[in-house]
Design a protein around this ligand. Structure first.
Ligand code: PMP
Length: 393
């Protein structure tokens, strides 16, 4: 059980009922304190100074990488800090040196951030793009993906969990098919890494992209993990080199090769602290807490006349992201009515327009999403308020 004291670490929860964690999570006090501590006591640039403050800042920033790597079962030095998942995916799209005729396979469940970078490669570089549609319940089977993979396939880019329907995808099995054809696997872990135990070894992926700001870390933080540092860096410059003459330069090894320029140092350190915080609770505990609440939410929502809930039923096949519509009301009207009662939910297409069109929901859905600090009272408050909103429609 998650102790009630956890909520005290998130002061905003005393003011609002926050059910929009899939968009961005809240940060607990220890994360805010870690960032402030950097600003107040050892603010300096990293990786390039010998003075005391620079040494401390560099060590803490490196520690944050180490913690994040361990969090996903990766080795030290394999994680690159980015601004968000979008940037992490773009680093792969722009760094893999695609050639005309190469194929990328993805799905229609993807967030625009795991679709547009591949569409742009199609438009600019003549890369062939296959977009696998899900079954009506949102499932994407390894067979459906396999039918699009051929020997020209360089990469399969797929989400681990849908940010609309909440379903988990069989990424491990899909990865096995990809490997049989010599293709690489990129997993968009934006909605999985913050909520369940994830190990890159178990997933068998080549790239894992996720957002620090969805896992209790600061905004402006994200992560790219890659098996081999073979990508061409998107930007080069200070901090990313071993040696420069006026004729040539040698890029440095490890994550620094991909983090040219001064990074978001306080953000990285805050993200490291967020990882400590989640691990202090335990990701298995986070997962079962959210599973319990998801069941409570889905059962409550399904009991309201006029409310339709999408995605798979509660259980191990989904995360705590629940999309629904209310008959006779635009999703924005519902979110607005709930906001007036201090209940924060997301509405619209959730950056998944092609999926929404495929589902016949061009106006989108209302989406309530959970995190470790969510409570049964939050869920009950949503259900109760919706009974009023749906009843008045
Ligand atoms: N992929 C998925 C599945 C997401 O849910 C999101 C955020 N909603 C993103 C990618 C993009 O994340 P960010 O905005 O942090 O780049």
């Amino acid at each position: 059980m998650i102790p009630a004291e956890i909520r005290r670490d998130f002061p905003l929860l005393a003011e609002v009922c926050y059910l929009d964690s899939a968009a961005t999570s809240l940060s607990p006090e220890p994360v805010l304190q870690a960032m402030l501590e950097y600003e107040r006591h050892y603010r300096a640039n990293v990786g390039r100074g010998v003075h005391r403050l620079s040494q401390i800042a560099s060590q803490k920033y490196w520690d944050a990488h180490r913690k994040v790597a361990a969090f996903i079962g990766a080795a030290e030095g394999e994680t690159v800090f980015t601004r968000n998942t979008t940037e992490a995916i773009t680093l792969v799209a722009e760094g893999l040196r695609f050639r005309p005729g190469d194929r990328v396979v993805t799905t229609l469940l993807e967030h625009h951030s795991n679709l547009l970078p591949w569409m742009r490669l199609r438009d600019r570089k003549g890369v062939e793009l296959s977009i696998v549609p899900p079954a009506p319940d949102g499932t994407v089977t390894p067979d459906a993906v396999a039918s699009c993979i051929d020997d020209h396939t360089r990469l399969v880019a797929i989400t681990h969990a849908s940010n609309v329907l909440g379903n988990l995808l069989p990424v491990r099995e899909i990865g096995r098919v990809a490997r049989e054809h010599g293709a690489l696997l990129l997993v968009d872990g934006a909605q999985s890494v913050p909520h369940l135990p994830v190990s890159v070894a178990e997933l068998g992926c080549d790239f894992l992209c996720f957002s620090g700001h969805k896992m209790l870390g600061p905004t402006g933080t994200g992560v790219l993990w890659m098996r081999e540092p073979t990508l061409e860096p998107l930007i080069v410059g200070g901090g990313s080199i071993d040696r420069v003459t006026d004729e040539a330069y040698t890029l440095t090894g490890g994550y620094a090769r991909y983090e040219a320029g001064t990074p978001h140092i306080a953000g990285g350190i805050g993200l490291g602290r967020a990882v400590d915080y989640l691990q202090g609770i335990g990701m298995a505990e986070v997962r079962s807490h959210e599973e319990r609440l998801t069941r409570r939410m889905m059962e409550g929502l399904r009991g309201i006349a006029g409310v339709t809930v999408y995605g798979p039923g509660p259980g191990p096949g989904r995360i705590g992201v629940v999309s629904f519509t209310v008959e006779g009301l635009h999703p924005h009207e519902v979110a607005h009515a709930l906001s007036e009662q201090e209940i924060m939910v997301r509405s619209g297409h959730h950056c998944c327009m092609p999926l929404m069109n495929h589902l016949g929901l061009p106006e989108g859905t209302v989406r309530a999403s959970l995190h470790v600090y969510s409570s049964g009272e939050d869920v009950d408050r949503l259900v109760e308020a919706l009974q009023g909103v749906a009843g008045g429609a």
